[in-house]
Design a protein around this ligand. Structure first.
Ligand code: NAD
Ligand code: TDX
Length: 332
């Protein structure tokens, strides 16, 4: 049994990871989460108290971070400001949490010689052309587009420097777009599902041709556990499940799975600087660490996700009107 400190464990991917870890291992988890608009304590319901300690606090609070890191065998760092559209509206919280927060955690891991795993995104690599035969690999140059992705890129570089200069025992993973339960309604898939539930037409930015490489959050979790178990210190691993789809295809699938006409969506104002395509080559993780995704067809995972949102309106409804008012103010 190991003691894991999971930052951002009340967010979308962090909470899925905590559920995954507590049902697939005997590790004990301490969650450190400040419960921003994106955090929800209810996302951790059902996990036995004997397996989970929840601490509400900020990753920029050096005293608290130091105390919790001292007591952990490993830190798994998910906490971040995570939404591109918010970062275009107000970048400052992205710098505070993604840069200063990561720095604060790295300093604690350095002092206590604690194993550290940094969760990052494929967006640090910028975007690809639609017809580019290449996909992102661990050696693709960094070229982030948005305030969000540039702060994630900055946090990755801090981790690399703390490994090299101070010997911090860290690994990094850069994953593609996640879907699954407990994702905030500001994000693409939950926004469209909850729009359809409310009788509102889905909203596609621009022409809808932008491609994302979808992976189920549980497959992301199994990959992170694999890296914690067998990853080589100082290495970066890309996580992806060969799930490329353009946004139009995803919306049409959601509409069909929800019994609507596949063409019943609106095209709205595009995102400034909108990345065209992300695509992950996860060969290194598969061949060197023996990981493979478990989820089969995207359609099946999406259908299960739709059922989750239908059954958990109490979880998402309090955020829905505010999110839609924000988008409406930008013509989206
Ligand atoms: P999310 O926005 O759903 O959750 C973020 C969590 O972090 C929330 O619970 C929030 O309360 C917490 N948090 C934010 N600022 C904090 C602070 N200063 N101190 C403590 N807690 C704080 O995000 P997500 O989609 O679950 O993403 C989690 C991580 O995974 C992020 O690092 C993100 O960059 C990365 N990632 C996300 C995706 C994706 O598709 N969503 C893909 C690849 C990587
Ligand atoms: O209403 C919408 N309509 C639309 O067409 C929204 C909210 C989004 N989109 C498009 C923009 C993107 O092309 O859908 C795609 C996905 O959008 P998001 O869910 O905002 O995700 P993205 O910007 O791709 O970033 C996500 O994946 C990488 C996560 O939010 C990041 O945290 C992660 O790093």
């Amino acid at each position: 049994m190991a003691k894991l400190l999971v930052t951002g464990g009340a967010g979308f991917i962090g909470s899925n990871f905590v559920h995954y870890v507590t049902s697939h291992t005997d590790h004990h988890v301490t969650v450190l989460d400040s419960l921003t608009y994106a955090g929800n304590r209810a996302s951790l319901e059902g996990i036995p108290e004997s397996r989970l300690r929840f601490v509400q606090g900020d990753i920029t609070d050096a005293t608290l971070v130091d105390e919790l890191t001292a007591d952990a065998d490993a830190v798994v760092h998910y906490a971040a400001e995570s939404h591109n559209d918010n970062s275009l509206h107000d970048p400052r919280p992205f710098l505070d949490t993604n840069i200063i927060g990561t720095y604060t955690l790295l300093e604690a891991a350095r002092r206590h010689e604690t194993r550290f795993h940094h969760i990052s995104t494929d967006e640090v690599y910028g975007d690809l052309e639609l017809d580019d035969p290449e996909r992102f690999t661990e050696s693709t140059p960094y070229n982030p587009s948005s305030p969000y992705s540039s702060t994630k890129a900055g946090s990755d570089l801090l981790v690399r420097a703390w490994v090299r200069s101070f010997g911090v025992q860290a690994t990094i993973s850069n994953c593609s777009n996640n879907y699954g339960p407990h994702q905030h309604v500001e994000k693409f898939i939950p926004r469209q599902i909850t729009n359809v539930i409310r009788g509102v037409r889905p909203k596609l930015y621009g022409t809808g041709e932008n491609v994302r490489d979808w992976i189920h959050a549980d497959d992301h979790s199994s990959a992170v556990l694999t890296i914690l178990d067998r990853g080589v210190i100082g290495e970066t691993y890309l996580i992806g499940a060969d799930g490329e789809k353009n946004n139009r295809e995803v919306v049409e699938l959601i509409l069909e799975l929800m019994g609507q006409d596949a063409g019943a969506y609106d095209l709205v104002t595009d995102r400034p600087g909108h990345d065209l395509r992300y695509a992950i080559d996860s060969t290194k993780l598969r061949t060197e660490l023996g990981w493979a995704p478990s989820y089969g067809r995207f359609e099946d995972g999406l259908a299960a996700t739709i059922e989750w949102y239908r059954a958990h309106e109490d979880w998402w409804a309090p955020s829905k009107d505010g999110v839609e008012a924000f988008y409406a103010s930008k013509g989206q």
